[in-house]
Design a protein around this ligand. Structure first.
Ligand code: ZN
Length: 304
């Protein structure tokens, strides 16, 4: 049995079919974890959907109403880049509930992994880039509202900049936003995070890991969070269709190890969400996400 919980629901799958976003990945990650005996069925917790009042801690009443009533304008659906359906709304409400649960369980166990979420391109009043609502921001605001945490750090290592996260917390001193991403990639307008590391095209393991150690160390030394939300995107991978970095699977595993080890050194719990991943071979995306769960299991080692 794992020393922490995995949060998952079969209803995370948006059934997008032939879309570049492999929405079956959540189920496949779960299956791989079970098949490889890294996890057993009792390690999984099923989330409840977030309450509308939780969603409204981040999103506008107008956006919530449009999503729930299916009255989005065609251009609003086009900007989300995923087809609208009531199932989509159900899935993202569940994912937000999953990230809230991951935050609570991380506070109890030191680590928790939501096998979904990480929708960092969602803004208060619109969705974009496959992101409908911002599960991580909702979870942070909810945990703050219930007094479970005061300060949170977002560590966003998806290949794409966390524009929604940066925008939502721009004037909020209780949340430190850190994003390491490919500079010349979507989103082309990048509202400033508290700490942005713009990576060059083709950035490889060594340079990436050096910058991660340096900048995460800096973030943790200037801001003392009660909880880290780690967006462990699989898309910095060299074989990613929507990314232009050149990390190997071993490099991504080391990336995850560094995040967990540095957090443990400072005694800060970590709630993980999966975020993006669009490898040419779906099994590579699955392996990278499974690797994140593996890395969470590793004992503290020397980080430097
Ligand atoms: Zn991404």
């Amino acid at each position: 049995m794992l020393p922490f919980k995995l949060i998952y629901s079969d209803l995370y799958d948006l059934n997008l079919g032939d879309h570049v976003f492999p929405s079956s990945k959540y189920r496949l990650v779960r299956e791989k974890l079970l098949e490889s005996q890294l996890a057993s069925s009792e390690d999984f917790l099923e989330p409840q959907p977030a309450e509308d009042t939780d969603i409204l801690l981040v999103h506008t009443a107008d956006w919530v109403r449009k999503l729930k009533s299916g009255t989005l304008e065609p251009w609003e659906i086009a900007r989300m880049e995923v087809p609208y359906s009531p199932e989509l709304v159900r899935a993202v409400w569940l994912c937000a509930g999953g990230s809230i649960l991951a935050g609570r369980r991380a506070l109890a166990d030191g680590v928790a992994v939501n096998l979904g979420g990480g929708f960092h391109h969602a803004f208060p009043g619109h969705g974009e880039g496959f992101c409908v609502i911002h599960d991580v921001a909702i979870a942070i605001r909810k945990l703050q509202a219930e007094g479970a945490i005061a300060r949170a750090l977002t560590v966003d290592l998806d290949v794409h900049h966390g524009n929604g996260t940066a925008f939502i917390f721009a004037r909020d001193g209780s949340v430190f936003t850190f994003s390491m991403h490919q500079e010349h990639n979507y989103p082309f307008e990048k509202p400033p995070s508290d700490l942005d590391v713009n990576l060059p095209d083709g950035c490889e393991d060594e340079q990436y890991l050096h910058l991660l150690r340096e900048n995460l160390h800096h973030a943790l030394s200037v801001f003392h969070p009660d909880l880290i939300f780690y967006l462990a995107g699989a898309d910095p991978y060299c074989e990613d269709q929507l990314g232009g970095l050149a990390l190997t699977q071993a490099g991504l595993q080391e990336r995850d190890r560094i995040v967990f080890a540095m957090a443990r050194e400072q005694n800060v719990p970590v709630a993980v969400t999966l975020a993006g991943g669009y490898a040419r071979r779906l099994e590579d995306t699955i392996a990278i996400h499974v690797g994140t769960v593996k890395a969470a299991l590793q004992p503290v080692e020397q980080v430097a």
